[in-house]
Design a protein around this ligand. Structure first.
Ligand code: PMP
Ligand code: GLN
Length: 385
């Protein structure tokens, strides 16, 4: 069989997690917490798992009570924007992963161009190509990884169907500013393009900066699919539940694909998430995430302060990029393998986020870890073998 994705192997995240298991290295590679979701949420899931009556298919767009709880939360968090309509503008998905795939499958036709800003999450390019779409890659300039909008504009054409953006950004942590949202909205309007806003790290914005969303901007809201993930917001990456906000006409197209990819997401899990949202009418959990993760970011950075690691700024997200030129002149994949084997810390090489293998000489650490894990990791990283 001739592969439809001949150059794609096992994802770098699975590879590095396997290497961590093989070598016994601390796993700061794949992005997931080494702690559990809040007890309240786990108890809610246990309750729904034990109760009769919530074990068959949920409605295709998601449980109405979960969509209503999300609509109410978005209305509280973004009071200046119209609340999304639970019926027509919110769809529950099997993680943002399904959302990305389903949106691309719903809108990209053969020959359509999709703007992807690199470094980029590994599924973006392949998922575009599976639809016959053509990724147009634009590099984000280091060390801040803020889009160069003149370069993005230069990559746009009459064939541009969609602009795919990710803020806070994986792997750099870059966060869109008001000027970025404005530039994106203008570009989308000028080229009559749709926007896919991957906002899975939405609340993780640090140093007092307010979180932003495409949903806040009228010009964007009308043409955007906005993705969120409960995996990130509830420390529950294994639950695989997320959602998409989009205006009714776009939601209709997304659901046409979602019903054939997943049909519906796990029912007891959706009930548990609805319970957790309903139990928190002030969004204390969501609003607390920035403080929670900023403390982890700061602990990790303090642990490496004064070392030869070159730490890039981290305005958001849960990853730290670091330059290792002081330790090695090797390529980032070779260095990442050496880090796991000899230093006992697993990371992700940043070249994995570039379609052409560009190697900026950086590795990515995930700091969504217990304080003890971060302390053990930084102790190892301070003492090269
Ligand atoms: N987008 C980005 C940028 C991510 O880092 C991830 C993470 N894992 C996803 C999408 C997928 O999210 P989910 O786990 O909800 O499928
Ligand atoms: N988003 C996670 C990361 O960037 C990985 C999720 C996955 O392995 N698919 O590490």
């Amino acid at each position: 069989l001739q592969s439809k994705l001949p150059e794609v192997g096992v994802s770098i995240f699975s590879q590095m997690t396997a290497l961590a298991q093989q070598t016994g290295a601390l796993n700061l590679a794949q992005g997931f917490p080494d702690y559990d979701p809040p007890l309240l949420l786990r108890e809610a899931l246990a309750r729904h798992a034990l109760a009769p009556g919530s074990h068959q298919y949920a409605p295709m767009p998601g449980l109405l009570r979960l969509r209503q709880a999300i609509a109410a939360q978005v209305a509280r968090l973004l009071p200046e924007a119209p609340a999304p309509d639970a019926d027509q503008e919110i769809t529950i998905l099997a993680g943002a992963t399904e959302g990305l795939y389903a949106v691309l499958a719903a809108v990209v036709r053969p020959g359509d161009e999709v703007i992807i800003l690199e470094p980029a999450y590994d599924l973006y390019g392949p998922a575009v190509r599976l639809q016959g779409g053509v990724p147009r890659y634009v590099r984000l300039p280091a060390p801040h990884f803020q889009p160069d909008w003149a370069a993005v504009r230069a990559a746009c054409s009459a064939r541009t169907k969609l602009l795919l953006i990710n803020t806070p950004h994986n792997p750099s942590g870059a966060v869109f500013t008001a000027a970025d949202w404005q530039a994106l909205g203008q570009l989308a309007e000028d080229y009559d393009a749709l926007v896919l806003a991957d906002e899975v790290y939405g609340p993780l914005v640090y140093d007092g900066v307010a979180p932003g969303s495409a949903w806040q901007h009228p010009a964007l809201r009308a043409r955007s699919f906005v993705l969120a993930s409960f995996g990130k917001t509830y420390h529950a990456t294994g639950w695989k539940v997320g959602y998409c906000l989009a205006p009714p006409a776009l939601t209709t197209q997304l659901r046409r694909v979602h019903q054939f990819v997943t049909f519906a997401v796990s029912t007891p899990t959706q009930h548990a998430l609805a319970d957790a949202l309903e139990a928190d009418p002030t969004d204390a959990h969501w609003r607390g995430l920035a403080t929670f993760y900023q403390a982890k970011r700061d602990a990790f950075r303090t642990g490496l302060a004064g070392s030869a690691w070159q730490l890039l700024p981290v305005p958001g997200g849960y990853f730290q990029l670091a330059g290792y030129a002081a330790f090695s002149g090797a390529g980032d994949l070779a260095f990442a393998q050496e880090l796991a084997r000899a230093w006992g810390v697993a990371v992700v090489p940043v070249s994995a986020f570039y379609h052409d293998g560009y190697d900026p000489g950086l590795v990515r650490f995930c700091f969504a870890k217990e304080a003890a894990t971060l302390a053990a990791a930084t102790a190892r990283l301070r003492r090269p073998p």
